[in-house]
Design a protein around this ligand. Structure first.
Ligand code: GTP
Ligand code: MG
Length: 238
């Protein structure tokens, strides 16, 4: 099944991935080893997701307990399938070894946090970043600077320690924080891009463009009402 696909993919790019005199048996053995290592790698990334999810759940439950309100609306996580991990590893080029793949694919583990309000997005991100065991590797603020297609979200790559029996693994997790409006837009855009394989008809492109503006405008309006619901404690309001 997918192991054969790995071999197929490697075979199609054999000149890049192996030396011309590569021994087929050796190549198969190497791929088997990569496969086994990837299975273990994915397990570690799942642990990374579990750690981050626990952190987010703790914040959420604490908020609900104390304030009857949580700035976190929903949380979803996903672990990249072995198949798309291999596909991305091949597509991005480079060595097909586990350390090399780890170093160049940063979205093996993903956690998406949806909030009601834009300020809550930054607030939750700050709360997580202040946790001493979470190291922030990168921040991409597509809210301050939306992508040309109108995509908005705050992306962080954080590194979380996972304590295993023999050693500690530091696992990068891609965090996507966004509002309900941003999430609605992004999921619609994703479905359309998927359907049209990135060749969106001009009419739909214009619709999406317009929808992105409406979504951003809605976020602004909602933000103005936010303080009526719950003042920001870190602004010293009560
Ligand atoms: P990838 O290689 O696709 O992961 O992109 P990247 O390494 O340049 O990272 P970036 O932070 O731009 O995007 C990471 C993830 O954000 C993607 O896998 C998507 O889940 C989401 N994303 C980024 N751009 C868009 C977009 O235009 N539309 C939608 N729907 N999602 C997006
Ligand atoms: Mg990605």
């Amino acid at each position: 099944q997918w192991q054969d696909r790995v071999r197929e993919m490697v075979a199609t790019r054999q000149d890049e991935l192996t030396r011309p005199d590569a021994d087929q048996g050796l190549l198969a053995a190497q791929m088997k080893q990569v496969h086994d290592e990837l299975v273990q790698l994915r397990m570690h990334y799942q642990f990374g997701i579990d750690e981050v999810q626990t952190k987010v759940n703790i914040l959420r439950q604490e908020f609900e307990q104390i304030h009857d309100y949580s700035p976190i609306e929903h949380v979803r996580s996903r672990l990249k399938s072995t198949e798309s991990l291999i596909e991305k590893a091949v597509r991005t080029g480079g060595e097909m070894t586990v350390p090399a793949i780890r170093a160049r694919v940063h979205d093996i583990a993903g956690v998406r946090i949806t909030c009601s309000f834009v300020s809550d997005v930054y607030w939750i991100a700050d709360m997580l970043r202040r946790q001493p065991d979470l190291e922030t590797l990168t921040v991409k603020d597509y809210i301050a600077e939306p992508k040309p297609n109108g995509y908005r979200s705050l992306h962080l790559i954080v590194r979380v320690p996972v304590f295993l029996s023999e050693h500690t693994e530091y696992v990068p997790v891609e965090l996507q924080l966004r509002t309900i409006a941003m999430d609605f837009w992004a999921s619609t855009e994703h479905k359309l891009s998927y359907k049209y394989r990135k060749n969106l008809p001009g009419r739909l492109r214009a619709e999406l463009d317009d929808a992105a503006r409406v979504a951003a405008d809605l976020d602004e309006r909602m933000e103005r009402m936010r303080d009526e619901i719950r003042p920001m404690p870190d602004r010293g309001e009560t």
